[in-house]
Design a protein around this ligand. Sequence first.
Ligand SMILES: [Zn+2]
Length: 272
Amino acid sequence: MTVFKFAPAPRLTETRTVECKEPGHGQFEISVVEQFEGGALSTSCPACRWTALNTQTSDLLRTVAREAEQADKLNAALFATGITPRFRACTFESFQVGDNPDKQRALNICRQYAEGFADHYRDGRALMLLGEIGNGKTHLACAILQHIVRVEGASGLIVTAEAIMQAVTDSFRSNAGPSKSELLTELAAVDLLVIDEVGMHTPRPGRDFMPSLLHEVIDRRYQLVLPTILISNQGRERLPDFIGPRALDRLREKGGLLAPFTWSSARVGGEA
Ligand SMILES: [Zn+2]
């Protein structure tokens, strides 16, 4: 059984049993499902939906049922990205560039990466977003993720380096959750993985297993020719301290892209 440690599912805020009025459908469970864009939607009778999708009913009923099914799948896929409520409204359009050419350049690189994702996916081409904290790196990474999920129907996940390490540390301490190998498999299963907040901790040479762990994650995806986005407040020259030198080479292969976020940070508007 696959245990998903990193990819969240929408919350079911209420569940109750009701009787469908259609003959033969009987009782079913209504759940109120949290929606990625806010609010919640009630589920409907599964037998009614099945009938609309699979039997000779009206085109309208079938279209409504099909759209509802697609909306459910999209909602689940958006939740599974791990984008937190704070970053759900982050789009390319909502990224403020003002008259700063460096911001415009970072936006262009990220937008082009999202729009050209089919090619980057085929080649396993990575993208690094490097620069000051508070300059909108996570904002644009979340915009890329939403784009590839909504437009390409791809799967994506954003996770911090710390969360990866914490999950692996927990797996050593307890047999209850997923094993390290299952965690690495989950991180290698998505079409696009974003590793956020790389380089936020103080490296402890010889005692620090973060670099070798991140190397393992990046290398696994490299072997599978899957793209990874890495976000760090560190410059390229210091990154090997946090992910190991070979992982940096992996990220640069196949024309790996780099978006610099090097303008001086002003935490205006709550960007991260
Ligand atoms: Zn029914």
